[in-house]
Structure formats: C-alpha cells, structure tokens
Design a protein around this ligand. Structure first.
Ligand SMILES: NC(=O)c1ccc[n+]([C@@H]2O[C@H](COP(=O)([O-])OP(=O)(O)OC[C@H]3O[C@@H](n4cnc5c(N)ncnc54)[C@H](O)[C@@H]3O)[C@@H](O)[C@H]2O)c1
Length: 347
C-alpha cells in the first residue's frame, strides 16, 4: 500500500511513518517542517527505498495537487496540524489556517485525485483527530463515537471543524473516508513543550516540575506506538464513513502521572538526595482547562480487534529510558526560544 502521511515529521506522524515502513508499506511523508517537526524522528527509515519526503504546506493547494499527481497514493493519513493547546490560546490564527483550511485543501486535493483516477476501489482518506473535540467530562462517563461535539479551546474547536468537513466530504461527495479520535499520546520523540517530556527533562535539570492548577485534571494516556498501530489498522480495515475512538483506558490525574514519572526516574537515575517529586511546583491553571477526558475504545476493540500492547507503567518506563538514552535528540530542541517558556496565558 502506498500511503501519503501528512505531518510525518511530528510526534505521532513519525511513529506512523516508522511503523508503516517497517511493515513494508511505501510512505510519502508530507510535512511543512514547522517548529514541531524534526526529521531526526524519521532518521531510522529515511534511507529506505520505501520512504520519500516532500516539504509542502497543506495551506498550499497547488503544492498538494502536485504531490498527489506525482505520488498517486492509495491511502492518505492526515495528521498534519497545529497541536499544542497552550499555543492555540496565545495565537489561534495558525490553528484555523492549518487545521481547518489545510484539511479542506487536503480533502479537495484527495477528491480531485480520486476522481481523476476513476474512483479506485481501495482509496481511503484517513483523518486523525483528538478526543478533545468532545469537550470535558465530569467524574463519570466516557467519550463514545456518538458523544456530541463540545470543543472548548481554539485547538479543539479547529480539530472539531476539520472532523465535520471530513464527514461532509464523505456524505456529500462520497469520498471514502475513515476517522479516528484519540486520547493523549506519550512516548519517544515527543516535543519538549508537552507535559511528559517537560517533566522528565526538568527533573533531570533540577528545575521545577510545573503542574497546572491543583493537578486534578484527568487524561487517558496511550503509548504513541500503540496509537500508530491502531491508525494503520483503521486505514486498512476501518469501515468507510465510520469513526473510531482510540484510547488506552489508562486514566491518570496530572499529579498522579507526574508522581509516577518521578518514581521511575528515582529508580533509573537516583538523585544524590531526596526524590524528583520534591521538585513538583503548582502553577496558575490553563484558561478553560478541561477537567477530564476518557475514551471508550469498545468499537475499535470489538470491530477491528485492536488492543494496546503496553500498560501505562510499562510505556512510561520505556519513555523515560528513551529520554535518558537520547540526549542528542532533545538537547538541541531545548535551545529553541519557546521551549521552557510558559505559554497559553494570554486569554
Ligand atoms: N499528541 C496527542 O496526544 C494527540 C492525540 C490525539 C490526536 N492527535 C492529533 O494527531 C496529529 C498529530 O499530532 P502530533 O502530536 O504528532 O503533532 P505534532 O505537533 O508533533 O506534529 C505535527 C506535524 O504537522 C506538521 N505541520 C504543521 N502544520 C503544517 C502545515 N501547515 N502543512 C504541513 N505540515 C504541517 C508539523 O511540521 C509537524 O511535523 C494531529 O492532527 C493531532 O491533532 C494528537
């Protein structure tokens, strides 16, 4: 199968690229190389003759048409997006342009390619989205595929809009689409502005471990390689027009998660004195911070037989080990202006 992956130099996209090539698929990685991208994330596969890279921006429709004409993919896996909630609070414009207009361009370029090629039977457009489109849960309940959309940040609103466009292109034009909404991912190659890498790297540097508010916000964590596995499964076997929620059924409050990371670090790289948990510092909460996300993954489990391969404890231990072993990857990123700055306070 020849897959066009957008955003394949980012965190999740690169996990998809690495896994797809390992499974013998041909991959074209289309990425604009924003601050969140890093071609080192795909260094393991860049020499493979199954892999090619195109630097292009999904806001540029003509560039997309050229990529479709040149590469004629069987499947599109659309991950390119602006993805950081705090950045969306300080500067929502890029989120509107990339996540909404960019997805519109991708749909139109894919539709035109699909029509020109005579609607090939196996063609699929797989749109990758987030559970944040469903809003915020109270203490009980889980998001299912039929939960009403209720996005509350500029990021989640832009992703919700893109999901609606993808559904509309299926219903209106018959474009063969599949959709997924996933919970919070963690794992290797996670850009050091997101909670888990921030905590690991600040801990090692002896800096405070910032926890928004009182740390009670709950997220449902999934190891990125398990997400990539689920995405390839949906791309190949998902029913057309159907959406699948993907989650690890690993709910943790931010405070519990940070304490677990500290305990793993205490074991793997003990401090001279005390625990890394002593560095925990509570900071002003994010405006509109969603209280709880939890995914009900029964549809993908029952219809496609998917299950995560690692528990959250195992996945976090692997992740910590990866950051300990890969300083050459993260050290240069820490010198980027915005890393280590508090974002998302301009509401
Ligand atoms: N990180 C999560 O926990 C999570 C959970 C569920 C869903 N998602 C979704 O998965 C996708 C990937 O998330 P991620 O965490 O890997 O994001 P990321 O920020 O790490 O990577 C995004 C990639 O998209 C590229 N990109 C951004 N704007 C572009 C543009 N205009 N044209 C072309 N490329 C562009 C960037 O260069 C980067 O390589 C996103 O659509 C996100 O909404 C993420």
């Amino acid at each position: 199968m020849k897959i066009l992956v957008t955003g394949g130099a980012g965190f999740i996209g690169s996990a998809v690229v690495r896994l797809a090539v390992a499974r013998g698929h041909e991959v074209v990685n289309l990425d604009a190389l924003t601050y969140a991208a890093n071609l080192a994330n795909v260094a393991d596969v860049s020499a493979s003759n199954l892999y090619s890279f195109v630097q292009a921006d999904i806001r540029d429709r003509a560039a997309l048409d050229a990529v479709f004409a040149q590469h004629a993919p069987d499947v599109v896996m659309h991950l390119a997006a602006e993805s950081h909630v705090d950045r969306s609070i300080d500067g929502p414009a890029d989120f509107i342009e990339t996540n909404i207009t960019g997805t519109f361009n991708m749909l139109e370029a894919a539709r035109s390619h699909w029509l020109v090629r005579g609607k090939p039977a196996g063609f699929r457009f797989h749109h990758i989205s987030t559970d944040e489109v469903f809003g915020s849960l109270g203490a009980e309940g889980q998001f299912t595929e039929t939960t009403s959309y209720d996005p509350r940040s500029p990021y989640s609103a832009s992703k919700a809009a893109s999901d609606h466009l993808v559904r509309a292109w299926h219903e209106t034009y018959g474009l063969p689409v599949v959709m997924t909404n996933c919970s919070n991912n963690y794992g290797p190659y996670h850009f050091p502005e997101k909670l888990i890498p921030v905590v690991i790297l600040n801990a090692l540097a002896g800096k405070p471990l910032p926890i928004y508010g009182n740390g009670a916000n709950v997220r449902d964590w999934l190891y990125v390689e398990d997400h990539a596995d689920a995405l390839l499964l949906v791309a190949e076997k998902g029913a057309l027009g159907r959406s699948y929620n993907i989650g690890g059924e690993n709910e943790r409050s931010n405070l519990e998660l940070v304490k677990t990371l500290c305990a793993i670090l205490d074991e793997k790289r003990p401090k001279a004195q005390g625990s890394y948990a002593d560095q925990i510092a509570f900071v002003t909460d994010r405006p509109g911070h969603d209280a709880r996300y939890a995914i009900d993954p029964s549809r993908i489990r029952e219809e496609l037989g998917w299950r995560p391969s690692v528990t959250v404890e195992e996945g976090l231990a692997r992740t910590v080990q990866w950051y300990l072993d890969n300083e050459a990857w993260w050290r240069p990123l820490q010198d980027q202006g915005s890393v280590g700055q508090r974002l998302g306070t301009k509401a």
